[in-house]
Ligand binder design. Structure first.
Ligand code: F6P
Length: 440
């Protein structure tokens, strides 16, 4: 992590502690050697600059699509995004939202629970501040007359999907005549895990193209899989009811969503459940997170493709969606709130109840992992069940490539070994974990 030249007294002014995150503490940018500090000093300011620049570059296109009024709105949003960027760099306050959105009150009530002197980007929990930033961007666009419905990450998500076409074709061909057995299922879970590497928020928007034959890659990636509970997941779903429900709490659009669709197709085709529910985001989130329009765009992109196999698959999954075998869960703002999952039962009991209907819940990606554990420096050998702090609506698993400096459930000595090899091993998505927790 290359930090900005220390030509300012930022650290002194903001009480930055020049060390790592202490054990059993909230992750926050107050600790200079934390990923949170690098995120707020470098990564997120870079992402915000990209959004502001793209607005100016796409101005004509936007005016064509959203009308002449959009011109003034574009100027206003670009300026507001730039101001948000400066607020972060100045360690500004997390101010209450003034919009009239469905989740405005939930967010403002949450902000009130943070001590006022800690209610800024570098002093409050990393999770809260980073989620706040993405919600603030949405607030900026929602407050305009013409751009309230504009997905400012949409082009990047579409480009990422098109870049992954070769991998999609390879996976489609390799999954057409599969057997209903544990080995195949476990391979598909691992394929799904490694699809999580294609995440634009970790690259601050830089596109990465999944290369090579996905299934051969899985074998090659075995040494990078630090926790493999795929057998327990298979036993839970194989032992479940064929009329059961599987919930996927999704993460990124593009190739990662495609691997979710491939896994869901297998679950339905092999009678492992009768319905797969996709839990998507209500607003543009962490650059590449999937929203309902991304889901429909992806299926249409497949169905329209000249490649026969991909096109047939796209049409089949559109039929699954029409028939209710695949279902988009009702719009749920909890997934774009700052709340850790152990607080769901208290703050959104109806969602917890809904998840209890499932026989398996699959949580995708790093941010969902951070919400399962809370942004907290658990001992890396701590049991996954302990870190869930009572969040046990059903059998659940997490498929996560490691992109943030928190982890649990590792065998003794593994993290020390990895730190000795590369002190930034937790930040790149190079390693992955598949952890499972049985219904309580
Ligand atoms: O898309 P994913 O896998 O949730 O990754 C998002 C993660 O990437 C980061 O932006 C970089 O670590 C984190 O802030 C966030 O948890």
């Amino acid at each position: 992590m290359t930090l900005p030249a220390q030509n300012d007294d930022f650290d002194v002014k903001n009480g930055i502690i020049d060390g790592p995150t202490p054990p059993k503490s909230e992750l926050k940018a107050l600790y200079k050697q934390s990923f949170a500090y690098y995120t707020f000093r470098v990564r997120l300011p870079s992402s915000l600059a990209t959004i502001a620049a793209a607005l100016v570059k796409d101005k004509d296109e936007l005016i064509t699509e959203y009308g002449a009024d959009a011109g003034a709105d574009i100027e206003q949003t670009a300026a507001a995004v730039t101001e948000l960027r400066q607020n972060i760099l100045n360690n500004g306050p997390l101010l209450p939202f003034r919009g009239k959105e469905t989740d405005t009150d939930v967010w403002n009530t949450f902000l009130e629970t943070i001590d006022k002197e800690k209610r800024n980007y570098f002093s409050t929990c990393w999770l809260y501040a980073e989620c706040y930033m993405y919600r603030k961007i949405s607030d900026i666009f929602q407050s305009t007359k013409s751009l309230a419905s504009y997905d400012y990450f949409g082009n990047q998500k579409k480009t990422a999907a098109k870049l992954s076409l070769d991998a999609m074709l390879a996976v489609a061909r390799a999954t057409r005549n599969t057997a209903r057995d544990g080995d195949t299922f476990r391979q598909l879970i691992k394929l799904n895990l490694w699809g999580n590497r294609c995440d634009l928020s970790i690259t601050s928007g830089k596109q990465i193209k999944p290369t090579g034959n996905a299934f051969e890659q899985i074998t090659g990636l075995e040494p990078k899989l630090l926790i493999d509970n795929t057998l327990q997941i298979w036993q839970a779903i194989d032992g479940g009811s064929k009329d059961g429900i599987v919930d996927i709490v999704c993460d990124n659009a593009g190739y990662e969503l495609y691997t979710d669709l491939i896994l869901a197709e297998y679950i339905i085709d092999k009678g492992l459940a009768s319905k797969v529910r996709f839990n998507l985001k209500a607003i543009p989130w962490f650059i590449s997170d999937v929203m309902a329009h991304d889901y429909h765009w992806t299926l249409q992109f497949m169905a329209d493709h000249e490649d026969e196999v991909l096109s047939e698959l796209g049409k089949k999954l559109q039929r699954f969606t029409e028939e209710g075998k695949f279902e988009l869960s009702p719009l749920e703002h909890f997934w774009t709130s700052p709340y850790e999952f152990y607080r769901m039962q208290e703050v959104k009991p109806e969602l917890y109840k809904r998840l209890q209907e499932a026989q398996l819940i699959i949580f995708k990606g790093d941010l969902n992992y951070r919400k399962l554990l809370g942004d907290y420096s658990w001992p890396d050998t701590e049991a996954f069940e302990t870190c869930l702090r009572g969040f046990r609506p059903s059998n659940l698993c997490t498929l996560r490539t490691v992109k943030a400096d928190l982890i649990c459930g590792l065998p003794e000595g593994v993290s020390q070994e990895l730190f000795a090899k590369d002190k930034e091993w937790m930040l790149t998505g190079e390693y992955g974990i598949i952890s499972f927790a049985k219904t309580a």
